[in-house]
Design a protein around this ligand. Structure first.
Ligand SMILES: *Cc1c(COP(=O)(O)O)cnc(C)c1O
Length: 478
């Protein structure tokens, strides 16, 4: 084919023109992240006002659809990929992971089974093995790529539920209505996601057994609670509290829980990644002795939404709980299929961007990523402590920083001021009975410069609001 013929087929090809439009808009969005205000300019009604909400009868050219979507949506997008976005716990995106995610869409493989989709099943198997290695978890574990930490917690909890029931002589297939009650225990600082997963799994919200001021489970309380009853039990521990970043004492808690015959699950949505760093690994000592672990790749690993990871030491138990069996579903010998490790039958190959991120940065890059996030959190805390009127409330051990002004009203005003000013976006929350502004460092781009600009913005807010004791905007001009 000569060049002219190629050009002609290019213009005729609706895939090419739509994808080229998406490519251009994606690059201009990514280019804008460094300097655009982080908050969205439009709210939902604003975006609705820019789109025709009636579905007309006529068709629209694919390229025009992409252009219309991008133009109407961009003002309503939050710059979540900015290195100065600290809301919730949200990672950025590595270039290789984003590009691989595009390929996943183009390939459009329904990655449930090894037989019809060998390539994506193979890439996910490698990604899973790399994760186990990096996180120091048992290499025989089953790894399932799910939508996020909540579904990872759910997948592990369902496996735990069926396993403890089977151990108690019950048949999980008959349902909870024919099973002995299961005790489900967690620390007081258990994440909402774990509570939701417990409800979805039919276990209800966990019974809480206490926690210390940083949110670490009270191991003595756990021991007492386990001793008070008998029968099947599941204990949910936590690696990385969303406010303090604190880690449960795994060595002690896993020992106590296993001593009582309980299954131990760890919610490590972002904290599990401490295991990848020789410097931070001490935070998760004893973690690998648990039975199951949930983490996110769309947080710390900086792959695009969505990707969570469910990990279970006993892969056969995972397949028994989550696997589907039907005559038309091909099974390959004794090796579990992707659909044996997730609740879905059909899904995108969301493990592929994980492979791409890891392949792109390598082992040292993952260590640098995790340590860089923790260093940035330390830098923020040091900077905030240097601002008169501010106090950092948590022990900054990992990636989370909670800061407060003298009064709750001032802290709330500071959070609003920051989000409105647009240099920085951090969530407001309540912790230990106080209003806080919460900084979760999860973006690979949050370097010393981003930290400096963040601390400067916070100092400007403190001054503008008069929190530092000098009258700020409250003072009449002149
Ligand atoms: C984010 C988070 C979750 C939930 O993960 P999703 O990916 O949002 O479903 C669970 N636990 C902790 C500690 C988290 O930070």
């Amino acid at each position: 084919m000569d060049d002219d013929a190629m050009d002609e087929s290019a213009t005729d090809d609706p895939y090419r023109s739509a994808l080229e439009a998406a490519h251009d808009r994606a690059l201009s969005w990514l280019d804008s992240l460094a300097e655009r205000p982080i908050r969205p300019e439009l709210d939902v009604d604003g975006v609705l006002g820019r789109l025709d909400v009636r579905l007309g009868d006529q068709s629209t050219d694919p390229r025009a659809v992409v252009e219309e979507l991008a133009a109407a949506s961009e003002p309503g997008l939050m710059a979540m990929g900015s290195p100065r976005f600290y809301g919730f716990v949200i990672g950025g995106t590595y270039p290789a992971a984003l590009a691989a995610d595009w390929l996943v869409s183009a390939w459009d493989q329904n990655t449930g089974s090894r037989q019809p989709t060998p390539a994506t099943a193979a890439v996910e198997e490698i990604a899973g093995a790399w994760l186990l290695d990096l996180l120091g978890l048992p290499r025989e574990s089953g790894v399932g790529f799910v939508t996020g930490g909540t579904m990872a917690n759910f997948s592990c909890l369902v496996t735990a539920r069926d396993s403890v029931l089977r151990r108690a002589g019950a048949d999980p297939a008959r349902g909870l209505q024919h099973a002995p009650p299961i005790r489900f225990l967690a620390g007081d600082a258990v994440h909402t996601s774990m509570v939701l997963a417990g409800r979805l799994a039919g276990l209800g919200a966990p019974t809480t057994v206490g926690a210390d001021s940083e949110g670490r489970i009270d191991v003595v309380g756990l021991e007492r609670a386990l001793a008070r009853g008998d029968g099947p039990a599941i204990v949910a521990l936590q690696a990385g509290d969303v406010h303090s970043g604190a880690f449960d004492d795994f060595a002690a808690a896993v020992g106590v829980a296993h001593g009582a015959g309980a299954w131990v699950h760890v919610d490590g949505a972002f904290g599990l990644w401490a295991a990848a760093s020789p410097r931070l690994r001490h935070l998760v000592a004893g973690l690998a002795d648990a039975d199951s672990w949930a983490t996110d790749a769309h947080k710390t690993l900086n792959v695009p939404y969505d990707c969570g990871v469910a990990i279970v030491r006993d892969e056969a138990a995972m397949a028994a709980a989550l696997g589907a069996h039907a005559a038309y579903l091909p099974a390959v010998a004794s090796i579990s299929d992707p659909y044996d490790r997730t609740p879905e039958l059909s899904r995108r190959a969301r493990g592929v961007p994980v492979w791409a991120a890891l392949r792109s940065v390598g082992r040292a890059g993952v260590v640098g990523l995790v340590e860089g996030l923790a260093d940035a959190a330390t830098g923020l805390a040091t900077g905030f402590e240097g601002i008169a009127g501010l106090e950092v409330l948590n022990d900054v051990v990992f990636t989370q920083v909670c800061v407060a002004a003298p009064t709750d009203a001032e802290t709330a005003a500071l959070g609003e001021w920051l989000r409105e000013e647009g240099t920085v976006w951090a969530s407001s929350s309540t912790w230990r009975g106080r209003t806080v502004v919460r900084f979760a460092v999860s973006n690979r781009g949050t370097d010393a410069e981003a930290v400096r600009r963040t601390v400067d913005a916070v100092a400007r807010g403190v001054a503008a609001l008069g929190i530092d004791g000098r009258a700020g905007i409250a003072r009449p001009p002149g």
